[in-house]
Design a protein around this ligand. Sequence first.
Ligand SMILES: *[C@@H]1O[C@H](CO)[C@@H](O)[C@H](O)[C@H]1NC(C)=O
Ligand SMILES: *[C@@H]1O[C@H](CO)[C@@H](O)[C@H](O)[C@H]1NC(C)=O
Ligand SMILES: *[C@@H]1O[C@H](CO)[C@@H](O)[C@H](O)[C@H]1NC(C)=O
Ligand SMILES: *[C@@H]1O[C@H](CO)[C@@H](O)[C@H](O)[C@H]1NC(C)=O
Ligand SMILES: *[C@@H]1O[C@H](CO)[C@@H](O)[C@H](O)[C@H]1NC(C)=O
Ligand SMILES: *[C@@H]1O[C@H](CO)[C@@H](O)[C@H](O)[C@H]1NC(C)=O
Ligand SMILES: *[C@@H]1O[C@H](CO)[C@@H](O)[C@H](O)[C@H]1NC(C)=O
Length: 914
Amino acid sequence: MGHNSASASIQLVSLLILSGILSLETIKLGFCNDDHNVRCIDIERKALLKLKQGLMDPSGQLSSWVGEDCCKWSGVGCNNITGRVNRLDLGNRDGYEENAFDGEINPSLLVLKDLEYLDLSIINNFGGVQFPSFIGSLEKLKYLNLSGLDFVGVIPPNLGNLSRLLYLDLGNHIPPNIKVDENLETDLQWLATLSSLKYLNLGGVNLTKATSYWLPTVNMLPSLVELHLQSCSLPMLPLTLPSINFTSLSVLDLSGNEFTTTIPPWLFNLTKLEMLDLSYNSLMTGKLPDSLGYLKSLRYLHLLYNSFQGSIPKSIGNLTSLEEFYLRGNQMSGIIPESLWELSSMVSLDISRNTWEGAITEAHFVKLGGLREVSIGNDPPNISLVFNISSDWIPPFKLRYLEIISCQLGPKFPTWLRNQTELTTVVLHNARISGTIPDWFWQLDLQFDILDVADNQLSGRVPNSLRFNHASTIDLTSNRFEGLLPLWSSNISYLYLRDNQFSGPIPHNIGQVMPNLQYLDISTNSLSGSIPLFLGTLSQLQVILISNNLLSGEIPHFWNNMPSLQMIDLSNNNLSGEIPHFWNNMPLLISIDLSNNSLSGTIPRSLCSLTSLQLLGLSSNNFSGEFPSLKNCTNMNILDLGDNKFSGPILASIGESMPNLHILSLRSNSFTGSIPLKLCGLSALHILDFSHNNLSGNIPHCIGNLSYLKSESTDEVNYGYEGRFELVSKGREFVYDYFSILYLVTSIDLSDNKLSGEIPMGLTSLIKLDTLNLSMNHLTGNIPTNIGNLELIETLDLSMNKLSGKQFQTFIDPSIYEGNPGLSGCPLPTGCQYNEGAPQVLSGDGGEDDDSKREKLQFVIGMVIGFCAGFWGVFGTLAMKRSWRYAYFHFLDKVKDAVLYFVLAIGTYLQKRS
Ligand SMILES: *[C@@H]1O[C@H](CO)[C@@H](O)[C@H](O)[C@H]1NC(C)=O
Ligand SMILES: *[C@@H]1O[C@H](CO)[C@@H](O)[C@H](O)[C@H]1NC(C)=O
Ligand SMILES: *[C@@H]1O[C@H](CO)[C@@H](O)[C@H](O)[C@H]1NC(C)=O
Ligand SMILES: *[C@@H]1O[C@H](CO)[C@@H](O)[C@H](O)[C@H]1NC(C)=O
Ligand SMILES: *[C@@H]1O[C@H](CO)[C@@H](O)[C@H](O)[C@H]1NC(C)=O
Ligand SMILES: *[C@@H]1O[C@H](CO)[C@@H](O)[C@H](O)[C@H]1NC(C)=O
Ligand SMILES: *[C@@H]1O[C@H](CO)[C@@H](O)[C@H](O)[C@H]1NC(C)=O
C-alpha cells in the first residue's frame, strides 16, 4: 500500500538538503541569462554537443541545444563571472521511462572542469556500460546524480576525490522486493573521504565486498542526513558500533538486504530518524525491542517482510509522530497493544500477514481520525482476530485503502462502510462474511483499484455497473455468487471469479469490454457453451484459467494474438475437436493444461517452438497419432500424455532435450517399441509412468542411472517446481509455488506392457523409490538379489510376469510381506510352497484382491499427476496455494493408508490362470 508518502518524504529531505545548492544556482543562472556579455566557452559548448550526439532524443528535449550561447540551453547553467558551465541537469524528474534518452555519456564532459551540479539520471544507457571513470576528475562537484543508469563493473575509487560532494545518488531505485542482478559493485573504501556528504544512495549496488566495513565507512560521514543502501546484498548489520558519527541521520533505508540478526542497539541512538526502512530482510531473532520507543521522531517505520516474532512493544505508543507503520509479513502474534491505537498521527497502518488474536472494537479507532489506509489480517489464515463492531458505528476516518484478511468480520457485511465514500481498495478476504452484499455498498459508487471479497460465503449477483481505476483487480474467488458472468470496465487487469456458481456462456464481448485483462480466472464455475472467439482480442492476457466448467465445442484458433500468455488451463471441460495450430509467437508460455476433455486428432508440430514450456498436460483426451518431436521444449518439467490413443515409438529425444523433466507420464496409450536408453539420462525424473502401453524389449539396464531416484541427498530445493514466481502487483502477491510436496512422490510404473528380459540389477540402486510396478509384463529370470536395498519402497508389484527364483530373504524387514494373501514363499509363514524355477500362480482370490488394490494404486498415482496438472496455475494467490497444499497433504495421508500393501508374486503365468 501507499509507499508514495514515504518516497515523498525522501524527496522532501533531499529538497531540504539541496535547497542550499539550488538557490545558489538559481542566482547564478539568473545572472547568466540576463548578462549577454558572459557567454559560454567554446570548448565547453563543443563538449556539450558531443554529449548530445551520443544520446537519442526522440522527444526533442535537447532541441534548445543549438546556437552559440550554451549557457542558455535547457538544463545548462554557467558561472555568472567566468561563463564556465557549472550545472548540467538532465534529471529524470518524474521517473517516466518514456522520457529517458537512450545513449551513452561522452567523456567530453571532462572539459567542464567547473561543474558543481551534474544530473544525468534521464539517460537510459543500454546496460553493460562501465561506470565512467572521468567523473572522479570533476573535483568541484557538489551534486552528482547518476541514478538508474544501469552501469556494470566496479565504481571507480577516484570518486573519493570528489571531497566537496553533498549529494551522491548512484542507486537504481528498483523496489527492494524485486531481486535483480547487481552488476555494479564497490568495496566502498573511497567513500570515507566524502566527509561533507548529506545524501547517499547506492541502492542496488552490490556491496558484498564491503561486508565487514560498510558501516564503519559510513560512520566516517558525520553530516549524513539520508542513507539509502537498499538491495545492496549486504549480509550483515553489525550489532555494535563504538560511537556514532552520523547522528543527524533522518532517513535510513536498508531494505532488501540479507540481514539475519536483530535490530542492533546503536540504531536506537539515531533519535533524529524520521524514516526507517528495514523491509525485506530476515531480521529475525526474537521480538521488536522496546527501545523502539526512543526513536521519537519517527514518522515512517517500515518493517515489512522480516521474521519478527512476539507482539508489538508497548513503547510504540511513544512514537507520537508515526504516520506510517508497516509490519506486514512477519511472524508476530498475540494481542495488538492498546498504545498502538493512541497514535493519532497515523495515516497508514499495515500489520497484516501476522497471527494476531483478540478483538478490535470501535473504541480502538477513536483517536485515528487521520487514518487513510489500514491493513489488518492473519497469515496463516487462523481466524483468531475478531472485529467486534456495532452495526451503527460511524468511523472517525475516511479510508481509501481497507484490507482485512482472515479475521472474523462477518457474518454481516460491515455496515460501517456506509460512510466510507473515498475507498479505492476494499479487501475483505476470508472474513467470514455471508449473505448478499447490500445494495448501499454498490450505491457508494466507489471507483476501485482492488475489490477483493474472496473466500467468504457471499451469494447473489454482482452488478455490472461497478467502476474501476486503471489496472485494477476484482477477486470474488470462492464464494457463491451466481448468475451470468458479469462484465466490468476496460480498466480491469486481474479478474478472479474462480469457484463460484456463475453459469451461462462466457460473454461473447468479454474481449471488447475488458481488453486490458492480464489474468483471467473463471475456473470452477458452471459455465457452458463454447469459448468465444473474442477472447482472442485480449492481447495482454498472461494467464487464462477456465478449467472445471461445462464448456464444449472446439478450442478457437486465436492464440497467435496473445504474445504475453504464460499459462493456459482448459482442463476438465467437454471440449472437442483438434488442437488448433496456435503454438507460435508465445515466448513466455509456461504451461498448457488441456487434460480431461474430449479433444482428438494429432498434436501439431508447431508445439515444438514453445521453448519456455514447463508443463504440458494432455491427459484423458482422445489424441492419437505419433507424438511430434519436442526437441525445443528444453525447459519441460512435467509431460503428461496419459489416457490417450497416442501410438508409435517413445521419442528418444525426450531424454536428450528435456534435462529438467520431473514427471513423465505416457500411461494408457498405444506406444510401441522399446524404452529408449536416453531416458536414463533424465537426472531430475521422479515419476515415470509408461503403464498400459504396448512397449516391448528389455527394461534398459541403465535405468539405475536415474540420478534423482538414486541420490541419498535430501537436498529438496533444487527442483524446478520448488521455485517460486512472485509477482507483486497493486499490493497483491501472486505466488506460483511449484508443487511443493510432489517431489516426494517417487514412482516407476511400467506395468501392463510386453516388456521382456530380466529385471535390471540397476533398479535396486534407485533407493528413493517408493513405488515400483513392473507387473503384467513378460519379465523373466530372477529378481535381483539386492532388491532389499529399496528400503523406502511402499509399493512393489512384480506380479503377472515369468519371474523365477527365491529371493525373499533379501528383504530386511519381513513385515513388508504383510497383507499379501496371494503371496507364498520364504520366509513367509506360508512356507516355501514352490520349487525353485517353477512358475507360481496367484490364487484367484488373491489376484482379485491385488487387482483392486492395484487399481487403487494406479488411481492414486494417476490422481497425483492429474491433480497437480489440473491445479497448475490455479493457485494464483497465497490463500489458494495454501488450500491446495492442505488438500494435498490430506491426500497424501490417504495415499499412505491405501497403498500400504505389498504384492510380490514370483513366477506368475497369466496364461496358466485359465
Ligand atoms: C554572481 O553570482 C554570485 C553568487 O554566485 C552573486 O553573489 C553575485 O551577486 C552575482 N553577480 C552578479 C553581478 O549578479
Ligand atoms: C555481488 O557480487 C558478488 C561478488 O563480488 C557476487 O558473488 C554476487 O553474486 C553478487 N550479487 C548479486 C545479487 O549480483
Ligand atoms: C567520525 O568522523 C570523523 C570525520 O570523518 C572521523 O575522523 C572519525 O574517525 C569518525 N569516527 C568514527 C568512530 O568513525
Ligand atoms: C547510545 O546512547 C547511549 C545512551 O545515550 C550511550 O550510552 C551509548 O554509548 C550510545 N551508543 C552509541 C553507539 O553511541
Ligand atoms: C515511553 O514513554 C514513557 C512515558 O512517557 C516513558 O516512561 C518510557 O520510558 C518511554 N519508553 C521509551 C522506550 O522511550
Ligand atoms: C453516514 O451515512 C449515513 C447513512 O448513509 C448518513 O445518514 C450519515 O449522515 C453519515 N454520517 C456521516 C458522518 O457522514
Ligand atoms: C527449434 O529451434 C531451432 C533453433 O532455435 C529452430 O531453428 C527450429 O525452427 C525450432 N523448431 C521448431 C519446430 O520450432
